[in-house]
Design a protein around this ligand. Structure first.
Ligand code: CA
Ligand code: CA
Ligand code: CA
Length: 273
């Protein structure tokens, strides 16, 4: 009896070895169901951006405590964040602030980081129509502000509105510009300023330490709208009045009368008569 069982088992093994290998089951057909992992990730991803801006100056307020923590910057990942897509209405440098928060700029919603500041202040150069994704990170109420554009040729942007004042020192400045009433071969600073309304505005250098020349251009390398050396005989500072449209941006050159006319200066703008 035992021998018969052993013989049958041996025959069984032999038959199995001679057979073709058992067929491999076919792979499961691909499915397009909602349980597909890739699709599920896309479905649950946070909407981005949260807001979009295409004008400047502009501001967005909110509270990142109510937002999910979707992003992390190299300078701070403190919690909930908000993404604001800003598309530049003009070429230039934009100052972006979000006090009390980490602030960073990305080249896409989840793209590469361009800049990051834990103190919430960035200067972002942009071409016209270029979009940057600004992330305010860290729980709490926030106000994100985007300044007006400072044109590429301008050294500084004068505060918006009128009256406004700025100050500087041309001692170590290059000679970048000149106008019909002077400034050739003399160090200068170029400022940008945008008219808050249509009207006449007066620029002056009263309070400056040297013999200034002042001019106003309608843009970088643009048409001269006005130029002045001395306000009156014996007053070495300068004054120029120009008529502008609301939102028009001008370049204001603080220059000097001769090559040694450099030093600390003041630049002022007020609403004209
Ligand atoms: Ca975050
Ligand atoms: Ca000059
Ligand atoms: Ca002068």
């Amino acid at each position: 009896m035992v021998w018969i069982a052993v013989l049958l088992a041996a025959c069984d093994v032999r038959r199995y070895r001679d057979d073709a290998p058992p067929p491999v089951p076919p792979p499961p057909a691909p499915t397009d169901r909602d349980t597909d992992p890739g699709e599920a990730t896309a479905d649950t991803a946070a909407p981005c951006p949260d807001e979009a801006l295409a004008t400047a100056p502009a501001a967005v307020s909110g509270d990142t405590s109510a937002r999910s923590d979707d992003h992390a910057g190299s300078c701070g990942d403190a919690g909930g964040d908000v993404v604001v897509a800003f598309t530049a209405p003009a070429e230039g440098r934009y100052t972006v602030t979000a006090p009390g928060h980490a602030l960073y700029a990305l080249d896409d919603c989840f793209g590469a980081e361009l800049a990051c500041d834990p103190g919430g202040r960035l200067e972002v150069p942009l071409a016209v129509g270029e979009t940057v994704f600004l992330v305010v990170d860290g729980d709490g109420p926030f106000t994100l502000e985007v300044s007006g554009a400072v044109p590429p040729c301008a050294d500084f942007g004068l505060d918006e509105g009128a009256p406004a004042s700025g100050e500087g020192d041309t001692t170590a400045a290059p000679d970048d510009a000149a106008a019909s009433c002077g400034g050739d071969g003399v160090p200068d600073h170029l400022w940008s300023w945008t008219a808050p309304a249509s009207g006449t505005f007066v620029f002056d250098t009263i309070g400056s330490s040297y013999d200034t020349v002042l001019y106003v251009l309608d843009g970088c390398g643009g048409v001269e709208l006005g130029c002045d050396d001395d306000i009156t005989f014996g007053t070495l500072q300068s004054e120029v009045a120009v008529t502008l449209s609301a939102g028009e941006t001008v370049i204001v050159g603080v220059d000097g009368y001769r090559s040694t006319s450099v030093g600390p200066y003041a630049l002022n703008v007020r609403v004209g008569p």
